[in-house]
Design a binder for this molecule. Structure first.
Ligand code: GLN
Length: 289
């Protein structure tokens, strides 16, 4: 339902909200995602405060969400159950990690590797909200897709996201640890992606409260050196991938060297890396012989 309010009253209210605490960029993000106030709309009302602005939800509802966020640092995405990512808007919940900006380019890196495969089989290991799986399903509509997760709640969330964003896609969801639920298709994957938990356990305590107190630790904690899951996934790719199939993994900002060496050491070919949107070496790439 649209609520139309005078621009000057809206701007005054926005100022009042911002000084109650929190970050201005987060408040404006909330205005945009929850109430449909885009940056352009905001600029136009700042320039023309005598006009009216329409909001998709009431200021009272927005205040309630903002106060809940300030009270215990619950991520805004969880409070409004939404997160825009690449060109899609995903449902999110505390059962899965909020899709991150650093993961966005993983899809482009992957699609570039398979430009000459018309129809193949992909998998997203540890799908969480399904961000990667839904994006692949959208781009590779003739392929067979698989998404796995050890959390049934995360799988249910990913299924809902697929259903609302790419309802006709051919994606199978399986519960289990990394490659484990995909035994039946072992050796047939042309493309496997994963954003596994990769933060070293000792660093979890140092994360922001908005992350460490609300997001699933299972999706963040990668063990002592942060690479427990990554090693399992790479080892599984040795016979999980089809011959010539690609594995592309996201990792922590300082793991590129170690992950790519591990890939080489176990006999993977065409090992390389790519950087994320911030210029950090973020994705490790390899191919089965
Ligand atoms: N990139 C995320 C963060 O730094 C971590 C995601 C992960 O462990 N896969 O918060």
């Amino acid at each position: 339902m649209f609520k139309s309010i005078p621009g000057d009253a809206f701007l005054q209210w926005r100022r009042k909200m911002i000084i109650t605490g929190g970050r201005k960029v987060d408040f404006d993000w909330l205005l945009y995602i929850a109430a449909g106030v885009s940056w352009a709309k905001l600029q136009s009302i700042i320039l023309n405060p005598e006009t009216f602005i329409s909001l998709d939800i009431s200021t009272a509802e927005l205040e309630f969400i903002w106060e809940s966020h300030l009270k215990d640092q619950t991520p805004l995405q969880y409070l409004i159950s939404k997160c825009p990512w690449r060109d899609i808007e995903l449902e999110v919940s505390s059962e899965a990690l909020i899709p991150r900006q650093e993961t966005e380019l993983l899809i482009d890196v992957a699609l570039k590797k398979i430009t000459n495969v018309d129809c193949g089989r992909w998998a997203d290991l540890g799908t969480g909200s399904g961000a990667i799986a839904v994006s692949l399903a959208k781009s590779l509509s003739d392929w067979n897709g698989h998404a796995t997760d050890i959390s049934n709640e995360a799988l249910e969330l990913a299924k809902r996201n697929l259903k609302s964003i790419a309802p006709n896609a051919n994606v199978r969801f399986s519960m289990g640890d990394w490659w484990e639920p995909l035994k039946r298709w072992r050796g047939s994957f042309d493309l496997v992606l994963s954003n596994p938990p990769y933060i070293p356990s000792d660093l979890i305590e140092k994360l922001e409260p908005v992350v460490k107190n609300h997001e699933p630790i299972l999706a963040l904690d990668g063990g002592k050196d942060g690479m427990n899951a990554s090693r399992k996934i790479i080892l599984g790719a040795l016979n999980g991938l089809a011959k010539g199939g690609w594995l592309i993994l996201e990792h922590h900002f300082d793991q590129s060297e170690k992950i790519t060496s591990f890939m080489k050491n176990i006999g993977m070919e065409e090992v390389s890396f790519e950087k994320d949107l911030s210029g950090i070496k973020r994705y490790a790439i390899c191919r089965r012989k």
